[in-house]
Design a binder for this molecule. Structure first.
Ligand code: PLP
Length: 412
C-alpha cells in the first residue's frame, strides 16, 4: 500500500519541482531580457543625500516632491502621536478609527474643497477598494493605457469590462465608452499625473465626456496632490474642475506629503458608500494614529508651501532647458517627473550605473512598468534639491548617455 502511494506520487513531477521550475524559468527570462530587479538598501539619508551600499549618493528618484518626509514638524507629530500606542488595534468599523484619523479626513477634504474624504492604508489598496465597491459585472471601466497598475488590477477584480484607450487620447476614450451597452454603468479612471511619464491627463475633456455619457470620472492624483494647482490641490483643481466634475479622486500621502497612506476624496454619498462597503477599508487594520498625526502636519505645511512649489517649478524648467541643450530625449512634462528616454533596457541600466558611479541615484525603469521599447531613466526633482545639483545632474546624464552608447549597449 505504502509502495503504491510512492509510485503514484512519483508518476507526476513532484509539486515542489514544478514550482521551482516555473520560478527558475521566469527568472531566466528576466535575466535574458536584462530585467532582473534588485532592492537597494538605504542605510542613512539626510535631505536628498543618502547612503546606499556604503556609498553616498544624491537621490533623484524619490517621490518626496516637497521634501516633507524629513520635515521637523512632521517628525515631531509622528512622535507625539504615538504616546498612546502605536497600532490602531482594529479596522475603522470595529474600534480602530481615532480622532486623528477623523481630523485628517476633514482637513484633506477641506484642502481639496470636497465634501468628504475616507482614509485607506495605501493608494494601491484604495484603488482596489474603490473600483470593487463601485463596479460590478455588466459595467464598463474605461482606462488610459498608462494608468497605474493598481487601477488596472482594480478593474479586473471588480468584474466590470475593462477597456483601455491610447495614452491621453480623450477621443479614443469616447469611442471606448460608446461600446458600452446594456443596463450597466460606466466609469472612467485615469491617473492625474502619469507616474512614469510625468504628463497630465486631459481632465477637462474627460470630465465633459463623463458628463455627456452619465459616466463617473475617478482621478488617481497620487503625483499631483501637493505639487500642482492652487494651494497644491492637485491636477483636478489645476484644470479648474471640482467635485461636481470629478466626483472621486485619490490623494496619496506617501509622495508629496512625505508620510504614508491615501485618501479617497469627493462626493459625500459616494464616500459614505465606500466607508461601509470598500473591502480594503472594511477588512484592513486602520493606519497607526501617529501616522495620521504626521499626515495632518504634512497637509498643513503642503497647503501653504507655495515657496517650495515655486522652487520646484523653477528646477523643472531648469532641468528641461539643460536637458534640451544636451540633446537628451526627455518626454514632454511640466511636473517633477522627467523621463529621460533610453528605449533599450540595457542602455537604461548602463546609464543608471554610470550615473551611480558619478554619485547620482536615478532608477532605470523597464518593462513591464513601462511598455516594451520604452525603457527610461525616471528623474524626479524635489524642492529639497538645489539649482547647482540639478546642473550637475544634467551634465552627468549627458555623459551617461554618451558612455552607454559608446559601450555598445545598443538596442537589441
Ligand atoms: C504610487 C501610486 C499609487 C499607489 O499609492 P501607494 O500609497 O504608494 O500604495 C497609486 N497610483 C499611482 C498613480 C501611484 O503613482
Amino acid at each position: 500500500m505504502r509502495r503504491r502511494w510512492a509510485a503514484a506520487r512519483g508518476a507526476a513531477a513532484r509539486p515542489e519541482v514544478r514550482w521551482s521550475r516555473r520560478i527558475a524559468d521566469a527568472r531566466a527570462a528576466r535575466d535574458a531580457a536584462a530585467r532582473r530587479r534588485v532592492r537597494r538598501t538605504v542605510t542613512w539619508r539626510e535631505g536628498m543625500r543618502c547612503e546606499v551600499d556604503g556609498r553616498e549618493l544624491l537621490n533623484f528618484c524619490s517621490n518626496d516632491y516637497l521634501g516633507l518626509s524629513q520635515h521637523p514638524q512632521v517628525i515631531a507629530a509622528l512622535r507625539d502621536g504615538s504616546v498612546e500606542g502605536v497600532g490602531s488595534t482594529a479596522s475603522a468599523l470595529v474600534c480602530g478609527h481615532h480622532a486623528l484619523h477623523a481630523t485628517l479626513e476633514r482637513e484633506v477634504a477641506d484642502w481639496l474643497q470636497a465634501p468628504a474624504a475616507l482614509l485607506f492604508g495605501s493608494g494601491f489598496t484604495a484603488n482596489l477598494a474603490v473600483l470593487q465597491a463601485l463596479l460590478q459585472s455588466g459595467d464598463t471601466c474605461v482606462q488610459d493605457r498608462l494608468n497605474h497598475a493598481s487601477l488596472i488590477d482594480a478593474a479586473k477584480l471588480s468584474g466590470a469590462t475593462l477597456r483601455r484607450y491610447p495614452h491621453n487620447d480623450a477621443e479614443a476614450a469616447a469611442r471606448q465608452l460608446a461600446t458600452h451597452e446594456g443596463d450597466g454603468l460606466a466609469l472612467i479612471a485615469t491617473d492625474g499625473v502619469f507616474s512614469m511619464d510625468g504628463d497630465v491627463a486631459p481632465l477637462r475633456e474627460l470630465a465633459a465626456l463623463a458628463h455627456a455619457n452619465d459616466a463617473l470620472l475617478y482621478v488617481d492624483d497620487a503625483h499631483g496632490v501637493g505639487v500642482l494647482g492652487p494651494d497644491g490641490r492637485g491636477s483636478v483643481a489645476g484644470a479648474g474642475l471640482s467635485t461636481r466634475d470629478v466626483p472621486l479622486q485619490l490623494a496619496t500621502l506617501g509622495k508629496a506629503l512625505g508620510t504614508y497612506g491615501a485618501l479617497v476624496v469627493g462626493d459625500a454619498d459616494l464616500v459614505g458608500h465606500l466607508a461601509e462597503t470598500a473591502r480594503g477599508h472594511v477588512y484592513s487594520t486602520a493606519l497607526p494614529p501617529a501616522l495620521a498625526a504626521a499626515s495632518i502636519a504634512a497637509v498643513r505645511i503642503a497647503r501653504a508651501a507655495d515657496d517650495r512649489r515655486a522652487h520646484l517649478a523653477a528646477l523643472v524648467a531648469q532641468f528641461r532647458g539643460g536637458a534640451s541643450n544636451h540633446g537628451l530625449d526627455v518626454l514632454p512634462s511640466t511636473t517633477p517627473i522627467q523621463a529621460v528616454m533610453a528605449f533599450d533596457d540595457r542602455i537604461a541600466l548602463r546609464m543608471a550605473q554610470v550615473l551611480e558611479d558619478a554619485g547620482f541615484w536615478v532608477s532605470a525603469i523597464r518593462p513591464p512598468t513601462v511598455p516594451e521599447g520604452r525603457a527610461r531613466l525616471r528623474v524626479t526633482l524635489t524642492a529639497a534639491h538645489t539649482e547647482s545639483e540639478v546642473d550637475t545632474l544634467v551634465d552627468a546624464l549627458a555623459r551617461a548617455r554618451d558612455a552607454a552608447v559608446a559601450s555598445g549597449a545598443r538596442p537589441a
